[in-house]
Write a protein of this length. Structure first.
Length: 280
């Protein structure tokens, strides 16, 4: 998925999350809605606008950028100015530029004073999502955003995924719960291309993984590919190299050595050997 789409979905579902991430106050008396706005004269579309129901609080212009763009500051300021011209009732405007990291920031240039004055806030997502406390009621959203900026390392991401799975399980609204699961699947599928859709879906389904392991789609896939072959041939030695990728993926899903051995019909000590080799 395009990474900025994940942020758009999260901000649309929880508008004040954008303010929280930017370190801006979220007025208790005002409610924002997140929307995309097309500018008539230039036929350009602003990434996102937080529009308050109270005209006394600022309209917040949001841009999410994951790649270096020499004109991103110029574009944001010009589009904000055009928005203000087309919406004269806006009392004040706050700009927030979310960047993946400092390394893609080419500098504000002529708009440096806007940054210094705070009218244009620049937020580095890798630093901000790592520093923010996830125990704020938006834990699932914060962990999802964290996954967008972590390096492509399935071992490190596995820690965040386990926390995310627990946070999603705590959501009582089934519709919101499904939204977060869908966003995770789309993000992880594009980030870790070596994993299958079934594996990634299983990572968010604790019932599927732990309560009834033999009904797991991912486990069935590996059991059929590896376990049945070994059972029919009656051969284990010399075949473990071919199982390494399957066992590794199941370990990353959070399954235990015992569960993997049962699903693939191989001795536990062989799975343990593979687990130790991955850690070394």
């Amino acid at each position: 998925m395009k990474t900025d789409i994940l942020f758009h979905n999260l901000f649309e579902e929880q508008p004040k999350l954008a303010l929280q991430l930017a370190g801006l106050p979220a007025p208790e008396h005002a409610h924002y809605r997140f929307t995309s706005v097309e500018l008539k004269e230039k036929a350009h579309r602003i990434d996102g606008v937080l529009v308050p129901d109270d005209p006394s609080v600022p309209v917040v212009i949001v841009e999410v950028q994951f790649h270096r763009d020499e004109q991103m500051y110029d574009r944001m300021v010009s589009e904000t100015a055009l928005y203000k011209l087309q919406n004269p009732s806006a009392h004040s405007v706050q700009m927030v530029l979310f960047l993946r990291s400092r390394e893609i920031d080419n500098g504000a240039g002529a708009w440096h004073d806007l940054v210094i004055g705070g009218m244009l806030k620049v937020i580095y997502l890798d630093e901000q999502t790592a520093a923010m406390n996830t125990e704020t009621g938006d834990e699932a959203a914060m962990l999802l955003m964290r996954l967008t900026v972590t390096p492509i390392d399935i071992h490190q991401d596995g820690v965040i995924v386990r926390q995310l799975r627990a946070a999603i399980d705590e959501i009582t609204d089934k519709k919101r719960q499904q939204l977060f699961r869908d966003l995770f699947v789309s993000l992880y599928l594009s980030k870790h291309k070596q994993l299958t859709l079934e594996e990634i879906r299983a990572m968010m389904d604790t019932r599927e993984i732990f309560d009834d392991i033999h009904e797991s789609v991912a486990v069935q896939q590996y059991a059929q590919q590896y376990g049945n072959q070994q059972r029919n041939e009656g051969k284990l030695e010399g075949k473990l190299e071919g199982k390494l990728e399957g066992v590794a993926n199941l370990l990353h899903l959070g399954l235990t050595v015992e569960q993997i051995a049962s699903a693939l019909i191989i001795p536990q000590e062989k799975v343990e050997e593979i687990r130790r080799s991955l850690q070394s």
